[in-house]
Design a protein around this ligand. Structure first.
Ligand code: KG4
Ligand code: ZN
Length: 346
């Protein structure tokens, strides 16, 4: 089955064609970063308009690259995300499917992220623990199979990616800030500032990152203030911040694996592109005699391939949208049905 996947939940238009026998046939990504940069964050209305402009030309390109005139099904991100942006993808996907006379299915964005490592040659076996770290979510999930998710812990305030973005802003770096903080941190001295590892002293698997943001601000002000500190100090703050986030995530992943008595960890979502996080989780899992799996770098952040893959698995199991399937800007991951479960229109 060849599935066309459309991702438009936020500021990336991602389109891909996935074949359940041959794997990924073609994919294309357009990032709206330049559109939103001058505002320091995503402007929802501009995001929707840009998806309208870019989605169809990218669909045409992906179909041409994949040598396919008519796929067997269409999958799109139905949520969570920005409502207008989601509606662009949903409307285009459902119109294409109607025209082609093929089934269409709305996919959960975080399930897409969670399954992105399955696009790689080496795939994890179920069950595993997944750390989902994106701009909007930080979650630890026990995964027994597709759609069998148990939420183990999540952020009570800011997501890890959001904390990276806010820290970047304070340090005068552009949006989205994660990669910029990571770059600054490379030349930083990790021992100069001591940042807290929030919610690690007491038991539990929830996260809190908003205090770290405040800590960054206080440290920056004590060192001379925003826009006044030298390059080395900016690097040292970025380094201390990144180390605190990475340590916190590693501690909680270890705790989750011990609690569930599992040895396989999957990390996915934009922050899983962070090299220091990947390096430290790999070390931690080696010590535990386990293994960590992550998507290739281009499938860590939002992309169409993960939506085409996740949609393909559910479409193969017989799921399809009904005529009135809504988009769901808020959609808890653990509300998803098991594979082959109720269709989303139900
Ligand atoms: O998954 P994603 O593309 O979009 C959402 O679903 O939110 O994640 C975007 C987030 C942003 O907050 C961005 O700053 C962060 O991922 N990010 C990173 C890195 N690359 C992207 N954070 C830390 N280090 C990175 N290398
Ligand atoms: Zn995402």
């Amino acid at each position: 089955m060849r599935v066309l996947g459309l991702e438009t939940s936020c500021d990336e238009t991602g389109i891909a064609l996935y074949d359940t026998d041959c794997g990924l046939l073609a994919d294309a990504l357009y990032s709206q970063v330049k559109v939103h940069r001058e505002y320091g964050g995503v402007v929802p209305e501009l995001a929707s308009r840009d998806h309208v402009r870019k989605a169809l030309p990218l669909v045409q390109k992906v179909l041409a690259d994949g040598g396919c005139a008519r796929p067997d099904a269409v999958a799109y991100t139905a949520g969570p995300g920005l409502v207008g942006a989601l509606m662009v993808g949903a409307t285009l996907a459902r119109s294409l499917a109607l025209g082609w006379g093929v089934p269409v299915l709305g996919v959960h964005h975080m399930e897409g992220h969670l399954l992105a490592p399955m696009l790689e040659e080496e795939r994890p076996d179920y069950p595993f623990v997944a750390l989902l770290v994106s701009g909007g979510h930080t979650q630890l999930v026990r995964v027994d199979a597709i759609g069998e998710y148990k939420m183990l812990g999540e952020s009570v305030d800011d997501a890890a990616g959001e904390a990276f973005d806010k820290t970047a802003k304070m340090l005068g770096e552009p949006y989205p800030g994660g990669p910029h903080v990571a770059r600054l941190a490379e030349s930083g001295d990790v021992s100069r500032f001591d940042f807290p590892r929030p919610m690690t002293a007491k038991p539990g698997l929830d996260f809190s990152f908003s205090g770290l943001k405040t800590h960054t601000l206080t440290t920056l002000e004590a060192a001379g203030g925003r826009g006044q500190v030298d390059e080395q100090t900016r690097a040292d703050i970025a380094c201390a911040f990144q180390q605190a986030v990475v340590d916190t995530l590693v501690i909680k992943c270890r705790r989750a694996l011990e609690q569930e008595n599992l040895h396989t960890l999957v990390i996915a979502g934009g922050v899983s592109a962070n090299k220091e996080l990947r390096r430290q989780l790999k070390l931690a899992l080696e010590k535990l005699g386990g293994r960590v799996f992550y998507p290739g770098l281009r499938f860590c952040t939002d992309n169409g391939a993960m939506i085409a893959y996740a949609g393909a698995q559910r479409l193969l199991a017989g799921e399809v949208d009904g005529p009135e399937a809504p988009v769901r800007p808020r959609w808890p991951l653990d509300e998803l049905p098991p594979l082959g479960g109720a269709s989303q229109a139900a």
